[in-house]
Design a protein around this ligand. Structure first.
Ligand code: BGC
Length: 758
């Protein structure tokens, strides 16, 4: 084995080895290895188990060490530290018959030990460079801790904020989510997957998981091919085209066939249409769950899954325990087991594990890299850029660094809630709370008072479910009015009140769907009482999803949405509240006025009876009797401490031919009093098509920095590729005719101009 390994050392090291040559070397290596493997050993490679640290289901992996020795495990996830991983790897390398190394996975979602904002917050930066850096740092840290496979990026489009996992993706938009997907894959994988500080990305959840009916997690999806191809599938494809080494199936039913048994999706689309050459892994016990979906017993669904094109089975061991029997009974083919085994071995080969199975186990590197000061500084910078200023009446923000500030609310003093959902490697007890972070930044310049204000939720059982995994928030057993009355006394002693309200981190994420999206009623009562003091009140909103803030928008003078900003949330909030950083984040998922408007998204179709957006009810138009069609805050929206003025759009020509480019130019001026960043957004509308087209679609954006008083011309090049879509025959075409270009600071407040595609 060692000799075989040595022969292929060059393939790992040499820039002089061409991709074709290195693929050939890999194939030869794996052919030789597979020739020695029994069927049972091949099936063993398809088994992915947990290392026992963090799991998301009721099934837990058992007898892991014995199974490694028997060649019954291909990968382990949720295990960390170089020493533990080395010890486990040693069992595979020294005690199993063929010494095949194990691949080690982890949910590295928005950072590792150093935690960045939740993905929905990261997307709100609209800064692909920073997003890529956040994934790079996560990979530096995770690989230093022994891990080489990240279950990320999550690229599921969602237009339903009831779905708690909207927090884990980039929001509602196809184009933006595709760009974010690419940035994260590049951040994790770098240029060389076999380097000691890069790791394999795993795109998830394939597919359409974010379109779960009624926003209820794991629920079914039923969607037209037209919508799938145009709106929901492109981000997965973008991640794959960016080189993602693996992909994870989703839990949901798709037009009658759950993803993990869906041959059309996994083989026809993924392998044949898209040419994906990486590893396909299921989600947690997703094979077993095909039984509850109604597709048969474990043997039957395991065979279905393998035959659909799935390579690796996460946790449920349906593959491990039934595939040999199915092979003997002719229900699966050896060729399919071989195919799946090959993809697992290829992933390990590409990661360099055959060359050095311990390359990710270096205690020294773990000590210097994980949670370093530099990483924390980056986390603070990114967090501040993810915050979205939703309202700032009379320029109440930024605050002055003097006087007394009362920080009141259930999120004021809970460090454990700052990292946000899916931060499984965070050190919760070491994470500063909002108040601690603010104190660290402001020192003794500002006197900070604080109070719980009210419980997170009135219902203690609901609060228990909303504060799992150590994300506790203290509970005051007294009556709501008594707690609020105490808080009001504190508020009265201050010059300004910061109300730290909203969701706890576990109110979004997996299995955290909500049917109401208000700030919990008791928190709203606190807010009312704080406003009644007459003190200026700033709502610092914690949330993993768009909330319905209609009341808050009407009554609270300033709202800063800080999502869950990660390890450095507290300091970053202080940076923005006190003006050291000017807010520049913009939401990437529409904030509805009420839950009844959901699904609500900017790139909707016009309908045959479009509503004029007058704000008034229009009989026999597509609208509601009781609420306007417009969202509370549109996609792309976010304020700054400065103001920007947009000029008119100038085109260099009014027609585009197939090979040409139209350049759209617009002058943006910083007309306010702060140097600041602005994200300039380009949208296009196809006015006449063979199928109906959205009222506008994001096709470009640029983040610019303007000093106060500065004017800058921003240019966008528009080409045929920007106008293409999947028509009814699923051909990717651009159709001649009239188009509109919109440019603006968000999807609503845009300038427009027309052109023609010849
Ligand atoms: C989630 C995945 C995650 C996996 C492993 C599942 O429950 O849906 O996103 O990667 O668990 O932790």
């Amino acid at each position: 084995m060692k000799k075989v390994v040595g022969t292929f050392l060059l393939a790992f090291l040499g820039w002089h080895v061409s991709p074709a040559q290195s693929t050939q070397k890999m194939d030869e290596f794996i052919n030789q290895l597979m020739a020695k493997m029994t069927v049972e050993e091949k099936i063993g490679q398809l088994n992915l188990v947990t290392g026992g640290e963090a799991t998301t289901g009721t099934t837990v992996s058992t007898d892991v060490e014995a199974k490694i020795r028997n060649g019954q495990i291909g990968g382990i996830f949720s295990m960390s530290t170089p020493s533990k991983i080395r010890k486990t790897q040693e069992i595979a390398i020294k005690q199993s018959r063929l010494n095949i190394p194990i691949i080690f996975g982890m949910d590295v979602i928005h950072g590792y030990r150093t935690v960045f904002p939740i993905p929905l917050g990261l997307a709100a930066t609209w800064d692909m460079g920073l997003i890529q850096q956040s994934a790079r740092i996560a990979a530096e840290e995770a690989t230093a801790d022994g891990i080489n496979w990240a279950f990320s990026p999550m690229v599921d489009i969602s237009r339903d904020p009831r779905w708690g996992r909207i927090s884990e993706g980039a929001g509602e938009d196809t184009y933006l989510s595709s760009k974010v997907a690419e940035a994260i894959v590049h951040g994790f994988q770098g240029d060389n997957l076999a380097a000691h500080n890069t790791m394999m990305a795993c795109v998830k959840h394939f597919a359409l998981y974010g379109a779960a009916e009624a926003g209820r997690d794991y629920n079914s999806t039923d969607m037209s091919l037209h919508r799938m191809y145009n709106e929901y599938l492109p981000p997965y494809k973008a991640a794959i085209d960016a080189g993602a080494g693996s992909i994870m199936t989703s839990f949901n039913d798709i037009n009658g066939v759950p993803a993990s048994a869906n041959k059309w999706l996994m083989t026809d689309v993924l392998r044949k249409q898209w040419g994906f050459k990486g590893l396909v892994v299921t989600d947690y016990t997703a094979v077993n769950e095909l039984t509850a979906h109604g597709l048969g017993d474990l043997q039957q669904v395991s065979a279905l899954s393998l035959n659909a094109g799935i390579d690796m089975d996460m946790v449920g061991e349906g593959f491990l325990t039934t595939l040999k029997k199915s092979l003997d009974e002719g229900k699966v083919k050896l060729a399919d087991i071989d195919r799946a085994c090959r993809f697992v071995l290829e992933a390990k080969y590409k990661l360099g594990l055959f060359e050095d199975p311990y390359r990710y186990c270096n205690d020294q590197r773990a000590k210097s890299v994980i949670g370093s000061a530099a990483n924390h500084a980056k986390a603070r910078e990114i967090a501040a850029k993810s915050f979205v200023l939703l309202k700032n009446e009379n320029q109440i923000l930024p605050l002055k660094k003097t006087g007394t500030v009362a920080v009141i609310g259930p999120l004021a003093n809970s460090g454990a809630n700052m990292p946000g959902t899916w931060s499984v490697s965070a050190e919760l007890e070491k994470t500063a709370s909002l108040v601690e972070g603010m104190k660290a930044v402001l020192g003794n310049k500002v006197n900070i008072l604080t109070h719980l204000g009210t419980n997170l939720l009135e219902d203690s059982t609901y609060q228990k479910h909303a504060t799992m995994f150590g994300r506790t928030i203290v509970r005051d057993p007294r009556k709501e009015e008594e707690i609020i009355a105490d808080a009001v006394k504190i508020a009265q002693q201050s010059d300004v009140v910061v109300a730290a309200l909203g969701e706890s981190s576990e109110m979004s994420g997996e299995s955290s769907s909500r049917s109401e999206l208000d700030i919990p009623k008791n928190q709203q009562n606190l807010l009312k009482a704080l406003l009644a003091t007459g003190k200026p009140v700033v709502l610092v909103l914690f949330t993993g999803r768009p909330l319905t803030l209609t009341w808050e928008d009407a009554h609270v003078p300033a709202i800063l949405n800080v999502w869950f900003g990660g390890s450095e949330t507290g300091k970053a909030v202080a940076d923005v509240l006190f003006g050291d950083v000017v807010p520049s984040g913009k939401i990437t998922a529409t904030f509805p006025r009420n839950v009844g408007q959901i699904p609500i998204y900017y790139a909707h179709k016009n309908t045959g009876r479009p509503y004029g957006n007058s704000g008034d009810f229009e009989k026999f138009k597509s609208n509601y009797l009781d609420v306007s069609n417009s969202p509370l805050y549109p996609f792309g929206y976010g304020l700054s401490y400065t103001s920007f003025a947009y000029g008119e759009i100038q085109l260099d020509k009014n027609t585009l031919d197939n090979d040409g480019t139209i350049q759209a130019r617009i002058d943006i001026s910083n007309t306010g009093h702060y140097d600041a960043e602005e994200t300039v957004q380009l949208y296009i509308q196809d006015l006449v098509g063979s199928v109906t087209r959205p009222v506008k679609e994001l096709k470009g954006f640029q983040k610019i920095f303007l000093k106060k008083g500065e004017v800058r011309s921003v240019k966008f090049d528009i080409q045929l590729k920007d106008l293409k879509f999947f028509n009814n025959d699923l051909n990717y075409v651009a159709e001649p005719g009239d188009f509109k270009i919109y440019i603006g600071p968000n999807s609503r407040d845009v300038k427009e101009v027309s052109f023609k595609l010849l």
